[in-house]
Write a protein that binds this ligand. Structure first.
Ligand SMILES: Cc1cc2nc3c(=O)[nH]c(=O)nc-3n(C[C@H](O)[C@H](O)[C@H](O)COP(=O)(O)O)c2cc1C
Length: 196
Protein backbone atom coordinates (compact mmCIF):
# COMPACT_ATOMS: atom_id res chain seq x y z
CA UNK A 1 0.00 0.00 0.00
CA UNK A 2 1.31 3.46 -0.90
CA UNK A 3 1.97 5.85 1.99
CA UNK A 4 0.00 8.84 0.69
CA UNK A 5 1.37 11.12 3.41
CA UNK A 6 4.69 11.14 1.58
CA UNK A 7 2.98 12.81 -1.37
CA UNK A 8 0.00 14.67 0.03
CA UNK A 9 0.11 17.31 2.76
CA UNK A 10 -3.03 19.02 4.04
CA UNK A 11 -2.87 22.59 5.37
CA UNK A 12 -6.05 22.40 7.41
CA UNK A 13 -7.48 19.64 9.57
CA UNK A 14 -9.52 17.06 7.64
CA UNK A 15 -10.27 13.38 8.05
CA UNK A 16 -7.32 11.41 6.58
CA UNK A 17 -9.69 9.48 4.27
CA UNK A 18 -9.76 12.39 1.76
CA UNK A 19 -6.09 12.04 0.95
CA UNK A 20 -6.04 8.28 1.38
CA UNK A 21 -8.39 8.00 -1.60
CA UNK A 22 -6.46 8.18 -4.82
CA UNK A 23 -6.57 6.44 -8.17
CA UNK A 24 -3.87 3.80 -8.62
CA UNK A 25 -3.92 1.62 -11.73
CA UNK A 26 -2.31 -1.50 -10.27
CA UNK A 27 -4.87 -4.01 -9.09
CA UNK A 28 -4.13 -7.25 -7.26
CA UNK A 29 -6.10 -10.38 -8.14
CA UNK A 30 -7.82 -10.37 -4.74
CA UNK A 31 -11.59 -10.62 -5.17
CA UNK A 32 -14.02 -8.20 -3.52
CA UNK A 33 -16.60 -9.96 -1.35
CA UNK A 34 -20.30 -9.32 -1.89
CA UNK A 35 -20.51 -7.85 1.59
CA UNK A 36 -17.74 -5.32 0.98
CA UNK A 37 -19.20 -4.40 -2.40
CA UNK A 38 -22.61 -3.88 -0.78
CA UNK A 39 -21.04 -1.52 1.79
CA UNK A 40 -19.53 0.55 -0.97
CA UNK A 41 -22.94 0.94 -2.63
CA UNK A 42 -24.52 1.59 0.77
CA UNK A 43 -22.30 4.67 1.13
CA UNK A 44 -23.51 5.95 -2.25
CA UNK A 45 -27.07 5.42 -1.05
CA UNK A 46 -26.69 8.12 1.59
CA UNK A 47 -25.62 10.90 -0.75
CA UNK A 48 -27.80 14.01 -0.77
CA UNK A 49 -29.81 14.84 -3.89
CA UNK A 50 -32.22 17.50 -5.13
CA UNK A 51 -35.70 16.70 -3.74
CA UNK A 52 -34.15 13.41 -2.54
CA UNK A 53 -34.89 11.77 -5.90
CA UNK A 54 -31.58 9.83 -5.81
CA UNK A 55 -30.91 9.86 -9.56
CA UNK A 56 -27.81 7.64 -9.42
CA UNK A 57 -27.78 4.14 -10.87
CA UNK A 58 -24.88 1.66 -10.89
CA UNK A 59 -24.32 -1.41 -13.04
CA UNK A 60 -21.39 -3.56 -11.96
CA UNK A 61 -19.44 -6.42 -13.51
CA UNK A 62 -17.49 -8.94 -11.47
CA UNK A 63 -17.78 -12.18 -13.47
CA UNK A 64 -15.30 -12.67 -16.33
CA UNK A 65 -18.22 -12.74 -18.75
CA UNK A 66 -19.67 -9.40 -17.60
CA UNK A 67 -16.22 -7.81 -17.38
CA UNK A 68 -15.54 -8.76 -21.02
CA UNK A 69 -18.63 -6.78 -22.00
CA UNK A 70 -17.37 -3.71 -20.10
CA UNK A 71 -13.92 -4.04 -21.65
CA UNK A 72 -15.52 -4.00 -25.12
CA UNK A 73 -16.46 -0.31 -24.75
CA UNK A 74 -13.57 0.98 -22.60
CA UNK A 75 -10.71 2.78 -24.41
CA UNK A 76 -7.60 0.65 -25.01
CA UNK A 77 -5.42 2.98 -22.89
CA UNK A 78 -7.60 2.15 -19.90
CA UNK A 79 -8.22 -1.53 -20.74
CA UNK A 80 -4.50 -2.31 -20.39
CA UNK A 81 -4.67 -1.75 -16.64
CA UNK A 82 -8.37 -1.90 -15.69
CA UNK A 83 -8.74 -5.43 -17.06
CA UNK A 84 -7.07 -6.59 -13.83
CA UNK A 85 -9.66 -4.92 -11.59
CA UNK A 86 -12.03 -7.47 -10.02
CA UNK A 87 -15.00 -5.11 -10.31
CA UNK A 88 -15.99 -2.56 -12.94
CA UNK A 89 -18.87 -0.19 -12.20
CA UNK A 90 -20.83 2.00 -14.62
CA UNK A 91 -21.97 5.26 -12.99
CA UNK A 92 -25.29 6.27 -14.51
CA UNK A 93 -27.89 8.93 -13.80
CA UNK A 94 -31.60 9.24 -14.49
CA UNK A 95 -31.98 12.55 -16.31
CA UNK A 96 -35.74 12.97 -16.15
CA UNK A 97 -37.96 13.15 -13.10
CA UNK A 98 -41.72 13.68 -12.94
CA UNK A 99 -41.54 16.00 -9.96
CA UNK A 100 -39.26 18.33 -11.93
CA UNK A 101 -41.69 18.22 -14.85
CA UNK A 102 -39.04 16.64 -17.04
CA UNK A 103 -35.33 17.26 -16.85
CA UNK A 104 -33.78 16.97 -13.39
CA UNK A 105 -31.17 19.76 -13.50
CA UNK A 106 -29.23 18.14 -10.66
CA UNK A 107 -28.94 14.58 -11.98
CA UNK A 108 -25.23 14.81 -12.79
CA UNK A 109 -24.35 16.88 -9.72
CA UNK A 110 -26.04 14.40 -7.37
CA UNK A 111 -24.64 11.32 -9.09
CA UNK A 112 -21.17 12.83 -8.77
CA UNK A 113 -21.74 13.15 -5.04
CA UNK A 114 -22.84 9.49 -4.84
CA UNK A 115 -19.72 8.29 -6.65
CA UNK A 116 -17.66 10.45 -4.27
CA UNK A 117 -19.24 8.79 -1.25
CA UNK A 118 -18.68 5.36 -2.85
CA UNK A 119 -15.01 6.03 -3.46
CA UNK A 120 -14.42 7.29 0.08
CA UNK A 121 -16.09 4.23 1.63
CA UNK A 122 -14.04 2.04 -0.66
CA UNK A 123 -10.86 3.76 0.59
CA UNK A 124 -12.03 3.29 4.18
CA UNK A 125 -12.40 -0.43 3.48
CA UNK A 126 -8.84 -0.62 2.08
CA UNK A 127 -9.96 -0.78 -1.55
CA UNK A 128 -8.87 1.39 -4.44
CA UNK A 129 -11.10 3.00 -7.06
CA UNK A 130 -10.17 4.57 -10.39
CA UNK A 131 -12.80 6.45 -12.41
CA UNK A 132 -12.58 6.53 -16.20
CA UNK A 133 -14.17 8.85 -18.73
CA UNK A 134 -12.25 7.10 -21.48
CA UNK A 135 -14.91 4.80 -22.87
CA UNK A 136 -17.49 4.83 -25.67
CA UNK A 137 -20.73 6.08 -24.14
CA UNK A 138 -22.98 4.97 -26.98
CA UNK A 139 -21.52 1.46 -27.00
CA UNK A 140 -21.79 1.30 -23.20
CA UNK A 141 -25.49 2.19 -23.32
CA UNK A 142 -26.12 -0.50 -25.89
CA UNK A 143 -24.01 -3.20 -24.25
CA UNK A 144 -25.52 -2.63 -20.80
CA UNK A 145 -29.12 -2.16 -22.07
CA UNK A 146 -29.31 1.34 -20.61
CA UNK A 147 -32.55 2.97 -21.81
CA UNK A 148 -32.98 6.51 -23.18
CA UNK A 149 -33.30 9.09 -20.42
CA UNK A 150 -30.22 7.80 -18.61
CA UNK A 151 -26.67 9.08 -18.94
CA UNK A 152 -23.49 7.06 -18.38
CA UNK A 153 -20.89 9.29 -16.75
CA UNK A 154 -17.96 7.07 -15.90
CA UNK A 155 -16.71 3.54 -15.44
CA UNK A 156 -15.04 2.91 -12.10
CA UNK A 157 -12.49 0.16 -11.56
CA UNK A 158 -12.58 -1.16 -7.99
CA UNK A 159 -10.45 -3.67 -6.13
CA UNK A 160 -7.35 -4.02 -3.98
CA UNK A 161 -4.07 -2.36 -4.80
CA UNK A 162 -1.47 -4.57 -6.46
CA UNK A 163 2.22 -4.28 -7.21
CA UNK A 164 3.30 -1.31 -9.31
CA UNK A 165 5.58 -3.68 -11.22
CA UNK A 166 2.50 -5.35 -12.71
CA UNK A 167 1.91 -2.23 -14.82
CA UNK A 168 3.45 -1.30 -18.17
CA UNK A 169 6.44 1.00 -17.67
CA UNK A 170 4.68 4.19 -18.79
CA UNK A 171 2.00 3.62 -16.18
CA UNK A 172 4.49 2.73 -13.45
CA UNK A 173 5.90 6.27 -13.63
CA UNK A 174 2.41 7.73 -13.13
CA UNK A 175 1.58 5.48 -10.16
CA UNK A 176 1.90 8.20 -7.49
CA UNK A 177 -0.75 10.16 -5.57
CA UNK A 178 -1.30 13.53 -7.27
CA UNK A 179 -1.16 16.96 -5.57
CA UNK A 180 -3.92 19.59 -5.46
CA UNK A 181 -4.24 23.34 -5.92
CA UNK A 182 -4.28 25.44 -2.76
CA UNK A 183 -7.68 26.35 -1.27
CA UNK A 184 -7.21 30.07 -2.11
CA UNK A 185 -7.05 29.24 -5.80
CA UNK A 186 -10.66 28.04 -5.88
CA UNK A 187 -12.40 29.83 -3.01
CA UNK A 188 -13.28 33.53 -2.72
CA UNK A 189 -15.37 35.44 -0.22
CA UNK A 190 -18.30 37.61 -1.29
CA UNK A 191 -17.98 37.61 -5.07
CA UNK A 192 -16.31 35.47 -7.66
CA UNK A 193 -12.66 36.40 -8.14
CA UNK A 194 -11.66 36.50 -11.81
CA UNK A 195 -8.17 35.10 -11.23
CA UNK A 196 -9.32 32.27 -8.98
C1 LIG B 1 -14.85 11.65 -14.42
C2 LIG B 1 -13.43 11.14 -14.39
C3 LIG B 1 -12.87 10.61 -15.53
C4 LIG B 1 -11.57 10.08 -15.50
N1 LIG B 1 -11.07 9.45 -16.62
C5 LIG B 1 -9.92 8.77 -16.54
C6 LIG B 1 -9.50 7.93 -17.61
O1 LIG B 1 -10.19 7.76 -18.63
N2 LIG B 1 -8.31 7.28 -17.47
C7 LIG B 1 -7.53 7.39 -16.35
O2 LIG B 1 -6.49 6.75 -16.28
N3 LIG B 1 -7.92 8.17 -15.31
C8 LIG B 1 -9.09 8.84 -15.37
N4 LIG B 1 -9.53 9.59 -14.29
C9 LIG B 1 -8.71 9.68 -13.06
C10 LIG B 1 -8.20 11.11 -12.82
O3 LIG B 1 -7.17 11.38 -13.73
C11 LIG B 1 -7.78 11.25 -11.36
O4 LIG B 1 -8.89 11.09 -10.53
C12 LIG B 1 -7.15 12.62 -11.11
O5 LIG B 1 -5.93 12.76 -11.79
C13 LIG B 1 -6.91 12.88 -9.63
O6 LIG B 1 -6.08 11.89 -9.10
P1 LIG B 1 -6.52 10.98 -7.86
O7 LIG B 1 -7.87 10.40 -8.17
O8 LIG B 1 -5.44 9.93 -7.77
O9 LIG B 1 -6.59 11.87 -6.65
C14 LIG B 1 -10.82 10.13 -14.31
C15 LIG B 1 -11.39 10.68 -13.16
C16 LIG B 1 -12.68 11.18 -13.17
C17 LIG B 1 -13.30 11.70 -11.90
Amino acid sequence: MTDVNQFRKTRYDIDPIYIKRWSPRSFSNQKVSEEVLSSVFEAARWAPSAANVQPWRFVFASSEQDKEIFLSFIDEGNVVWCKNAPVLIAVISKMEEERFGGNNPAHAFDTGTAWGFLSLEAARKGLITHAMGGFNKEKAKEALSIPDGYQVHAIVALGYQGEKSSLEEAYQKREVPSPRNEVETFVSEGVFRENM
